[in-house]
Design a protein around this ligand. Structure first.
Ligand code: NDP
Length: 253
């Protein structure tokens, strides 16, 4: 229960979805958890419900805003031992309709957010000889999917970043890993289902069945199942696990 007692963890996008489940799991394991995002209400609600101890507002695509938030939180509650770079999102479009701006947005949100977070915490982690960095990538970081080429490219880049950074930090006590969820039951997924149902005239149930039919378990992944994988990677027992991807996708990959 108290495996992470005394550890300060940051979860970006910790106000809802997968991030909130991760924050709750880390807090249950004894960590002091700070969450970050753009909207105040979900962050304040998550803190109010005991899923985290504090929050700050920052857009993860803005290196300076994220860095300032991290610096303030570290000054108040101690340097970060754990970074969960979870905030991200997908925009879908056939490749022919994508623009350089679409690709840039997906790279800023899904890749550069991890880079900015790691830049802000890594120096202190290396100095203290301990750290856990976990990026929430996706099965889209390992497989290709139609109509999300920019998201897939960005998530593949996250997996590449994790593998490279893990080698650089391996001797310093800092581990760097990625968790790759399959379709997970969150707002992001619900918005995709609603959008596709609207475009195609199918019902929500039919659309959901399209998503789950490619998964051997035949259902969406639960955010808590992703959080359990993150918790393992943050545990003392995972000190020798670095540069890896842990796929939580019901056998899809
Ligand atoms: P949600 O849309 O439910 O939540 C996204 C979270 O990220 C919110 O807390 C949001 O907070 C935050 N966020 C989004 N953009 C920014 C930004 N620019 N700056 C700061 N925070 C931001 O998504 P999920 O929980 O489903 O996804 C979490 C991660 O898991 C993402 O990286 C996603 O790509 C990945 N993933 C999700 C899957 C799924 O099927 N759901 C499958 C595989 C991977 P706010 O709006 O307040 O900024």
């Amino acid at each position: 229960m108290a495996a992470l007692k005394g550890r300060h963890a940051l979860v970006t996008g910790g106000g809802r979805g997968i991030g909130r489940a991760i924050a709750a799991a880390l807090a249950n394991a004894g960590a002091s958890v700070t969450i970050a995002g753009r909207k105040q209400q979900p962050l304040a609600d998550a803190v109010g419900q005991g899923h985290a101890a504090s929050y700050f507002i920052a857009d993860v695509t803005d290196a300076r805003a994220l860095g300032d938030g991290i610096e303030r939180a570290a000054a108040e509650r101690g340097p970060f031992d754990i970074l969960i770079a979870n905030a991200g999102g997908a925009e879908s479009a056939p490749f022919a309709k994508t623009t350089p701006e679409h690709f840039q947005r997906m790279f800023d949100l899904n890749l550069m957010s991890v880079v900015h977070g790691a830049h802000a915490v890594l120096g202190e982690m290396s100095k203290r000889g301990y750290g856990r960095i976990v990026a929430i990538a996706s099965t889209a970081g390992l497989n290709g999917y139609a109509y999300v080429s920019a998201y897939c490219a960005a998530k593949h880049a996250v997996v590449g970043l994790v593998r490279a950074l893990a080698i650089e930090t391996a001797a310093s006590g800092v581990t760097v890993n990625a968790v790759c969820p399959g379709y997970t039951d969150t707002d992001l997924m619900r918005a995709s289902i609603d959008g596709i149902a609207k475009k195609t005239g199918r019902t929500r149930e039919q659309t959901l069945a399209e998503f789950t039919k490619g998964s051997p378990v035949g259902r969406l992944i639960r955010p808590e199942e992703v959080a359990a994988a993150v918790l393992y990677l943050c545990s003392p027992d995972a000190a020798a696990v670095t540069g890896t991807t842990l796929t939580i996708a019901g056998g899809e990959i």
